[in-house]
Design a protein around this ligand. Structure first.
Ligand SMILES: Cc1cc2nc3c(=O)[nH]c(=O)nc-3n(C[C@H](O)[C@H](O)[C@H](O)COP(=O)(O)O)c2cc1C
Length: 201
């Protein structure tokens, strides 16, 4: 077969070692700057969430996060990547409970508020406590879910927080999108799903 190269395990290992050595030598010139990294990652259009928790002192915490994704269906798990310096981080890992509010297109002000330096982020915001975790829920979000932390992994300056999803609620509407450093909406997003809700047990 043309273009097909067969190697023994030994020669494959040698090639890997040589490649890794050459990558090490080039490490300095290969380094991606923070700006380059952000520009590339910003091209990955993302939905916007506010991840919340309640401190052990009862104080609500919340922060804007786009590093959120579905992880597993059975059991239903999601994950969010949270900077270890974020105020919500401590509440989440201490109480081992969090909620994720997925924002709709009219909620960019909420996203900005929860990414800002405002001390009282919840002031003037209508929120309630989730029925299972007590974590702050925004009833007008596009969807929200309540989660129990099942695992935490370190990843650079963030923690990858995995949550078992205990309850969900879905409202009609269209999503808020973050793309290349700015908010956007989906053009041609014709439908809002029917409301759905569910919880374990
Ligand atoms: C659109 C957007 C997405 C963000 N996504 C994340 C994220 O996924 N994880 C994270 O740790 N910070 C993320 N941030 C930054 C935090 O929201 C921000 O640093 C926040 O102020 C952290 O809370 P703190 O001030 O209580 O530390 C994002 C900010 C914006 C504007």
């Amino acid at each position: 077969m043309t273009g097909c190269v067969s190697t023994t395990a030994e020669s494959g290992d040698e090639m890997d070692a040589a490649k890794s050595l050459s990558l090490e030598r080039e490490a300095v010139s290969l380094r991606v700057t923070a700006e380059q990294f952000k520009a590339a990652m910003g091209s990955f259009a993302a939905g916007v969430t506010i991840v919340t928790s309640l401190g052990t002192d009862g104080v609500p915490h919340g922060m804007t996060a786009t590093a959120f994704t579905s992880l597993s269906l059975s059991p239903p798990q999601c994950l969010v990547c949270v900077n270890r310096n974020a105020r919500a981080h401590r509440a989440i890992v201490e109480r081992k409970l969090f909620a994720v509010n997925i924002l709709g297109e009219g909620q960019r002000w909420l996203s900005s508020r929860f990414a800002s330096s405002v001390a009282e982020r919840f002031a003037g915001v209508a929120w309630s406590q989730g029925g299972i975790t007590n974590c702050p829920i925004f009833a007008t979000a596009l969807a929200w879910m309540e989660c129990r932390v099942s695992d935490v992994h370190r990843g650079g300056d963030h923690d990858i927080i995995i949550g078992e999803t205990l309850a969900v609620h879905v409202n009609e509407g269209t999503p808020l999108v973050y793309f290349r450093g700015d908010y956007s909406v989906l053009s041609g997003c014709a439908h809002g799903s029917q409301g759905v809700q569910g919880s374990e047990g």
